[in-house]
Design a protein around this ligand. Structure first.
Ligand code: 8DG
Length: 133
């Protein structure tokens, strides 16, 4: 995958028909809402590097892969927000930088208060959950 600074990567981690969500602590307008763990791609990093680093830092697990899911969402600061499906390689997710983590099934996902940008991905995430992959 090519080097793409200026992107925010968000990781979709599925297990047994559930998706991992993380509850944001900041900024104030997003605190309490749920998102996919991730963050900004740093200069010189690939998307896969950034996914691996962010998940290590934020939830303490090793992941691999990075297949795009859903549309790229433009952020107000000019970055693009993109979701990628990742595979768990090692570790047990823990909320190291979020207030909580939760695994949601397709029904729960439709009722969880997601950060506004992530609502764009709901149909794609639901489709993955209903396929139980
Ligand atoms: N990580 C993540 N960020 C998201 C999602 N949806 C969404 O709108 N965002 C926004 C919130 C922020 O404006 C930006 C990423 O911020 P971040 O705080 O997670 O990134 P970071 O850890 O690299 O940032 P920082 O420490 O430098 O602030 O993207 C999502 O699902 N995951």
């Amino acid at each position: 995958m090519t080097d793409r600074p200026g992107e925010v990567v968000a990781a979709a981690l599925f297990r047994d028909g559930r998706l991992l969500l993380a509850q944001r602590t900041r900024p104030a307008e997003l605190a309490g809402l749920w998102e996919l763990p991730g963050g900004k791609v740093e200069p010189g990093e690939t998307v896969e590097d950034a996914l691996r680093r962010e998940l290590r830092e934020e939830i303490g697990v090793e992941v691999s892969g990075g297949e795009r899911i859903g549309a790229a969402v433009p952020l107000p600061d000019g970055r693009m927000l993109c979701a990628y499906r990742v595979q768990l390689v090692a570790g047990v997710p823990a909320p190291l930088e979020h207030s909580a983590l939760r695994w949601v099934d397709a029904a729960e996902l439709s009722t969880v208060p997601l950060v506004p940008n992530d609502r764009e991905w709901l149909p794609d995430l639901q489709e993955h959950l209903l396929r139980r992959q």
